[in-house]
Design a protein around this ligand. Structure first.
Ligand SMILES: C[C@H](N)C(=O)N[C@@H](Cc1c[nH]cn1)C(=O)O
Ligand SMILES: [Zn+2]
Ligand SMILES: [Zn+2]
Length: 480
């Protein structure tokens, strides 16, 4: 189609402008989990509001309220940005969701460059926190609107944005806003598209129809009234860190098997029909190994890897608050430590049941330690898994767009990560939700040196725009 080609040519020719927009976004350290960065999360919301308004969008915000920060602080939650481009009743309305907060990033974690300065390396990779997760994709949609406006091309659909600033910290307050706005702001939405995950490997685009859920836990062990000298007090008191390590070591085996009794009972069995769907997916062990950076894989075949990423639960240990972690030798006994871990959940696991099982097990194991310390285990946030049908016309439109931009049929994938709002949109709006990723499987989201390849950004912008053209043409009521 001539208008699609015009749009794609524009994106190709204006890529430097789009990269500059990404550079300005990455420069705002919008880390939602760090109270010191909360003003930056607000600043990032303002940045998006300004960009959207400059393109003629009508922008509103909703206030998710206050956050009780682990009983220590009360913080303002950043606004949910709702922006509308076009309100032609003759056109379909597509809702796009993304998040403008990012994971923490410190140079000393091992970044080779300042995480909040976007740099392009000699392999044309745009390196910076949030480049792939999720500032690149969010700006992708904005770039699509800009390209149409600059070309004087009519947008093929009405576009509604829902952009949040707390996704990396449990999406607090968002669900209530979506439910409240289902018959108001979201009333005319025909389908939803989210660009916030990744290709499986590094070469082939995919459409994603499933996500794991996540249940995040804080395990606090409290002992002496203050940090102590280990020479003076070592051997005479119950040490919180010793208790914590004893408990954390009982959660998961080195081969990934979760030790919490009852966890696997709720996992839906894999059918032979489902087993067959893994055969055709373009993924091999080397994709995992190159994304990981070495050969520390647990499973030796690609299908097992995919099933353990998409289909089975996993438990990861994330860190210990209050522990000594600087270089050098400090002979301290920390007075209180908080172990952090999360469980990725799959159909048919229920978050409430998972929390019950974890709390009971950890409490029983703590009681076996006969420690005089105190222990508290809490779920800090959870979000359910999600599964859709890749046969829906929304996916058919996206598959056509992939073929136009990349000249290949996309793989149909599930994702090991979690985007809790996905299920909420599906349930509250009763509309199909599609995940249309921009970045590659080796982007290093949540890790050091996060990047988005220049080609993924540029082709990704084209993909999002062409998808809007394709979805404007399909019958979204034809559910199949
Ligand atoms: C897949 C998405 N880009 C993402 O990274 N989601 C996060 C959501 C989350 C939940 N708790 C903390 N972060 C993830 O899967 O870790
Ligand atoms: Zn993330
Ligand atoms: Zn994300």
């Amino acid at each position: 189609m001539a208008s699609q080609q015009q749009f794609m040519d524009y994106v190709e020719q204006h890529q430097e402008d789009f990269i500059d927009r990404l550079r300005r976004a990455v420069a705002i350290p919008s880390v939602s989990s760090d109270p010191n960065h909360r003003p930056d999360v607000f600043r990032m919301g303002e940045f998006l509001i300004d960009e959207l308004k400059a393109l003629g969008a009508s922008v509103e915000t909703r206030d998710p309220g206050k956050q009780d920060f682990h009983g220590q602080l009360t913080l303002d939650l950043p606004p949910v940005v709702l922006a509308t481009v076009g309100d032609d009743p003759a056109k379909k309305t597509i809702l796009v969701y993304g998040h403008y907060d990012v994971q923490p990033a410190l140079k000393e974690d091992g970044w080779t460059t300042d995480p909040f300065v976007l740099v392009e390396d000699d392999k044309q990779r745009l390196i910076g926190r949030g480049s792939s997760d999720d500032k690149g994709p969010v700006l992708g949609w904005i770039n699509v609107v800009e390209a149409h406006k600059k070309l004087g091309l009519e947008m093929p659909v009405n576009l509604k944005f829902c952009l949040e600033g707390m996704e990396e910290s449990g999406s607090e307050g968002l669900e209530a806003i979506i439910e409240d706005e289902a018959d108001k702001y979201f009333k005319d939405v025909d389908a939803v598209c989210i660009s916030d995950n990744y290709w499986l490997g590094t070469t082939k685009p995919c459409l994603t129809y499933g996500l794991r859920g996540v249940s995040y836990f804080h395990l606090t062990v409290k002992g002496p009234a203050a940090d102590l000298h280990s020479g003076v007090f070592g051997g005479t008191i119950h040490e919180p860190m010793t208790d914590l390590f004893a408990l954390m070591s009982k959660l998961v085996q080195p081969d990934g098997k979760i030790l919490v009794p009852g966890i696997y009972d709720q996992v839906r069995p894999v059918t032979s029909e489902e087993e067959a769907t893994y055969q055709s997916i373009a993924f091999d062990l080397s994709d995992l190994q190159s994304a990981v950076g070495n050969k520390t894989n647990i499973h030796e075949d690609a299908i097992s890897v995919l099933q353990h990423r998409w289909r089975f639960p996993s438990l990861s240990l994330h860190g210990v608050e209050g522990a000594f972690y600087n270089p050098g030798d400090k002979t301290v006994v920390p007075a209180q430590v908080v172990g952090k871990f999360s469980i990725r959940t799959v159909p048919d696991m229920e978050p409430k049941k998972i929390t019950e099982l974890v709390v009971k097990y950890v409490t029983d194991e703590f009681n076996k330690l006969n420690s005089k310390n105190t222990m508290v285990i809490k779920c800090s946030h959870d979000g359910n898994h999600w599964l859709s049908s890749p046969n829906h016309p929304n996916y058919v439109a996206a598959a056509k767009a992939v073929e136009t931009v990349f000249n290949v049929k996309p793989d149909l994938t599930r994702e090991g990560g979690s985007i809790p709002v996905t299920l909420c949109f599906q349930d509250a709006l009763k509309k199909n939700v599609l995940l249309l990723p921009m970045g590659r499987g080796d982007d290093g989201a949540h890790s050091i040196n996060e990047k988005l390849d220049r080609s993924n950004y540029v082709q990704g912008i084209k993909l999002l725009g062409v998808y809007l053209h394709e979805v404007s043409d399909v019958d979204l009521e034809n559910k199949q």
